[in-house]
Design a protein around this ligand. Structure first.
Ligand code: IPT
Length: 963
């Protein structure tokens, strides 16, 4: 059926939408408002001209349509499918045209006005429609909106009826605007943010700008209201009553706003007919002496890039999840957010004001796909798109200008460069001189105020800090990493080395980890299980796989180990031991330590033996102090002192007692493991016997240990590659596979008896290649224990690093609980181990696993002195190490882990596969950024590891403590 709305030219038109009113601040006043969210009628058509005619008419019959929730994305409600691409556009690049196969979602809602709805002007507000919406109310076309993550308002007052209002919205998946919305995320369409009808009282507040500056030299605040004449502001707490628009007031001794102390003064912007609650935060952002300062102080971004995401509802993020994000961030020492790569729902910014986070608010602009065409035809430099760039910037700045949390505007992300960005910058500088401007793509900062890079390696950041890198103009500007520490899968490694650079160089002012959350979409299978889907899982012909799974929290917002690492690395207070004293260093931007209480605990072999309070005088931001170590009782076994700084009182984001920072220092060193010797090697039967061990004489492999069937430890060099091993440039995994490390063969060179030591000599090497690793196992024992000294030595020239160097063995599946003395409780790797402290920890084997959305190496615990694996009846095995060792224990092998593409692909087997490692290669962040730093690369070299195995039993009363 041909449509009467035959003119679809707006879809391919690079111009912004039309018909909406001038953008203004997002606020809720005392004027009546009606939320139009809920169940709407819906029809999806495969193309614009396949959509039905007349949907705006009262007599249109939508009886054959379905229901859909608004806000929502139709792809997550059974219509069409989500699709993921990172850089590439999923359609031919022929700007400004988009495919004629353009899924079009028609939405209809019938609504009544409340009885007391006033007879006055009103606007219909759409907070976000992806990507283009054409809107009618009661048969009259209101206009068209583009700019998916930006609001649009339409005057509707005279069109309203008390009953039976018909709102019709036609949404196109693709529009010219899609060329500006090529962010690295799922393509998801629909009316995905709130729709609200707002009464606009005559003589009310149309818009307003509150400027609240803070002079840190005098502690005076200056409050200024810009608005239409007749609008006033009242802030009772500051003694300000009816300050008219256009005038400013000076306030002595005002408390400034900061991310650490988000002081807000409540007030009201008002006219005779409308009152708008406002919250005023005083702060002044400047760039001076090459530094970004807030209220005269250098700040450091310990930030994250946050996409709006929920695993069930996509970019529809219910308020409780925005709150959850902020609480998690604050509890993990995150102090800043870049709203990558579009303005978030404004509720999130309200929360940033309340809880305290520094925010870079980013415009809804990304044209990354043009990089595939060497940036030919990039809209950023094409005059046809000039209005769209300006329109997007303007709608963001006007919407969000009154948020004290926003300290910088950003022009967008990965949009190359060009005159439209320069013009948007110029407009923004004029409109809001109070905030510096960010855009990473302006590589020589010709129209921006801070030097910004993504994924620069440590060396480069160091050179930037020294002022010896880049264009001379850049050397005088603050430097930030708008993206770093790519958190895809297991990793990143190398965070603490970035922190050191931010502390060493005053112009290096931190950065934003990429990114906050894994965008995995919940998929339920028919058997009631669920897993998280990524690119390609919905049959997309073009996709970028799991590159969308790169967050510090898993899709369901459970923290990944990387968030714990972030929290420890960027803790605002550092507690160290120096020269017999405790040193407390304050790395907050502004806060003193007055809100913290310091406690100590002494643990002997991981068990608490004493605790107390540490009295620490208040340390101001940037200062440090030394206090005496507490008086400690004597201890015998290895003992550590842990000092924690915890919140003294409840805050909005965590209860009193929440630990903000901690430090550890050894008190008593470990005694060596007593040697196990004296057992005689019995070669008389069909098996070799040594103490509690039984060996296969043909292979020299251990087959039983004190009654436990085992599959003997043997050299293991392989791990299931992480996303960072897979890398994006010159992947480590490719070298490892070329070297055949995933299919090493074990050759027995011979067994020999040296006194009562059984020596098993082997060579482990890949097929078809000439190099290998000699591995000799020296077994000795006493009546209860078996001692293994493993000696390895490279044979030939190795072409690559090793994923791991250690032993792997299989144990009965019943040994389902691990207890260890070493670092924990969480997983750790050579270059990501700051969060792991020395202690005694217990986890079930199942709980040792980190369920990365794409399965890969995980769950490693490091620096173990000993490990015990036990079954429910207490029987099991203890392993003591010299030097300390690392372990993973799982119900599947590395090969299974490697082969699985989703968590549901991992089926528990009958055994517990135990890896006891001397080392693993570090993690790095080569999935998008620098690889493993040199100190954490595992090169093949001669090495030795000694382990003592003690079978333990519920009935075995003879279990001897090993030390
Ligand atoms: C960078 C993008 O800005 C970001 O959106 C995300 O895609 C990230 O990469 C990778 O996850 S751009 C890249 C060219 C460094």
């Amino acid at each position: 059926m041909p449509s009467s709305h035959a003119d679809f030219s707006y879809v391919d038109d690079p111009a912004p939408g039309h018909g909406s009113t001038a953008p203004r601040s997002a606020f809720r006043s005392d004027a009546p408002a009606l939320s139009l969210g809920g169940s709407w009628r819906f029809l999806l058509s495969p193309a614009v001209d396949a959509a039905p005619d007349g949907i705006e008419r009262d007599d249109f019959d939508d009886g054959g349509w379905t229901d859909i929730p608004v806000p929502g994305h139709w792809q997550l409600h059974g219509h069409g499918s989500p699709a993921y691409t990172n850089v590439r556009y999923p359609f031919p690049v022929n700007p400004p045209q988009v495919p004629s196969d353009n899924p079009t979602g028609d939405h209809r809602l019938l609504f009544d006005l409340p009885d007391d709805w006033p007879d006055e002007p009103a606007v219909l507000r759409f907070d976000g429609i992806d990507s283009c919406g054409r809107i009618w109310l009661n048969g009259v076309e209101l206009g068209v909106t583009k700019g998916s993550r930006l609001p649009a308002e339409f005057d509707v007052g005279p069109l309203l009826r008390p009953r039976g209002n018909l709102l019709a919205v036609r949404v196109h998946q693709w529009s010219a605007g899609s060329y500006l919305e090529d962010q690295d995320m799922w393509w998801l369409s629909g009316i995905f943010r709130d729709v609200t009808l707002l009464a606009r009282p005559a003589g009310g507040v149309r818009d307003f700008t509150v400027d609240a500056d803070y002079d840190h030299l005098t502690a005076r605040g200056t409050l200024r209201l810009d608005a239409d004449s007749g609008v006033r502001i009242t802030v009772p707490e500051l003694g300000i009553t009816d300050l008219p628009a256009g005038r400013s007031a000076e306030i002595a001794d005002v408390a400034p706003w900061s991310a650490e102390e988000p002081r807000l003064y409540e007030g009201e912007v008002h006219t005779d007919t409308e009152r708008v609650p406002v919250r005023v935060g005083f702060r002044t952002v400047t760039v001076e002496d090459g530094q970004l300062k807030v209220n005269g102080r250098r700040i450091v971004f310990r930030g994250v890039n946050r996409h709006e995401f929920h695993p069930d509802s996509g970019r529809v993020v219910p308020r409780e999840f925005a709150v959850a994000d902020i609480e998690l961030m604050k509890r993990h020492n995150v102090n800043a957010v870049r709203t990558s790569h579009y303005p978030p729902d404004s509720a999130f910014l309200d929360l940033c004001d309340t809880y305290g986070l520094w925010v870079i608010d980013e415009s809804d602009v990304e044209t990354h796909g043009f990089s595939e065409l060497d940036w030919r035809g990039n809209p950023s430099d094409d005059p046809r798109w000039a209005d769209a760039y300006l329109d997007r910037m303007r709608r963001m700045v006007e919407r969000d200008k009154n948020h004290p949390s926003i300290v910088m505007w950003s022009l967008g992300n990965e949009a190359g460069t060009g005159r439209n960005l320069a013009a948007a910058a110029e407009w923004t500088h004029r409109r809001d001189p109070t905030r510096p401007l960010h855009y990473e793509g302006d590589t020589d900062c010709s129209y921006t105020d801070v030097h910004s890079r993504m994924y620069a390696g440590h060396d480069e950041v160091d050179r930037i800090g020294q002022g010896v890198e880049g264009h001379p103009r850049l050397r005088e500007l603050p430097f930030i990493l708008c993206e770093f520490g790519h958190a895809m899968g297991n990793g990143p490694g190398g965070l603490v080395e970035y922190r050191d650079l931010f502390e060493r160089h005053p112009r290096c002012q931190g950065g934003f980890v990429w990114e906050w959350i894994d965008h995995g979409i919940t998929r339920r299978d028919t058997r009631g299980g669920a897993h998280f889907a990524y690119g390609g899982d919905f049959g997309e012909p073009l996709h970028d796989g799991n590159f969308v799974i790169d967050g510090l929290v898993h899709p369901d917002r459970t923290p990944s180990p990387a968030l714990a690492e972030f929290s420890k690395v960027f803790e605002p207070v550092r507690i160290t031991a120096a020269d017999g004293a405790l040193r407390v260093t304050n790395h907050y931007d502004v806060l003193s330590t007055a809100h913290l209480r310091f406690h100590w605990v002494l643990e002997e072999e991981g068990t608490e033996v004493a605790h107390g309070v540490v009295t620490v005088p208040t340390v101001e931001a940037g200062d440090s102090t030394d206090v005496p170590l507490p008086e400690l009782p004597p201890t015998g076994a290895e003992s550590w002192l842990t000092v924690r700084a915890a919140l003294a009182a409840d805050t909005a984001w965590a209860p009193a007692g929440h630990v903000v920072s901690w430090g550890q220092t050894p008190v008593t060193r470990a005694a060596p493991v007593p040697p196990a010797a004296g057992a005689t090697l019995d070669t008389t039967g069909t098996a070799l016997r040594l103490g509690p061990g039984v060996f296969d004489p043909l292979t020299g492999r251990l087959t039983a240990l004190g009654g436990l069937p085992v599959e003997g430890p043997r050299l293991d060099l392989w791990r299931a590659p992480t996303d960072n091993d897979r890398g994006s440039g010159d992947p480590e995994e490719t070298r490892w596979r070329a070297a055949g490390l995933h299919r090493s063969q074990h050759q027995l060179l011979g067994t020999e008896r040296l006194g009562d030591t059984l020596v098993v000599r082997t060579r482990v090497a890949p097929p078809g290649l000439g190099f290998g690793m000699r591995a000799d196992y020296h077994w000795s024992g006493d009546a209860h224990r078996l001692r293994l000294r493993l000696e390895v030595e490279p044979d030939g020239t190795w072409p690559c690093t090793l994923p791991r160097l250690g032993l792997r063995m299989a144990l009965p599946g019943g040994l389902g609980t691990a207890e260890w003395f070493g670092r924990g409780p969480g997983e750790a790797y050579a270059d990501s181990r700051q969060a792991a402290r020395i202690g005694r920890f217990t986890r079930t084997v199942d709980a040792l696993q980190t369920p990365y959305v794409r399965p890969q190496e995980n769950g490693n615990r490091v620096d173990l002195r000993w490990l015990r694996l036990t079954s429910a009846d207490g029987a099991g095995l203890r392993v003591d190490g010299e030097p300390a060792f690392a372990f993973t224990a799982r119900r599947w092998t590395s090969e299974h882990l490697d082969a699985a593409t989703h968590t549901t692909g991992l089926a528990p087997g009958d055994t517990v596969v135990l890896n006891l490692d001397l080392a693993q290669n570090g993690l790095g962040s080569a999935s998008c950024g620098p690889g493993v730093l040199p100190p954490y690369r595992l090169h093949p070299a001669r090495a030795s590891l000694t382990l003592t195995f003690t079978p333990t039993g519920s009935t075995d009363a003879q279990e001897t403590p090993a030390r």
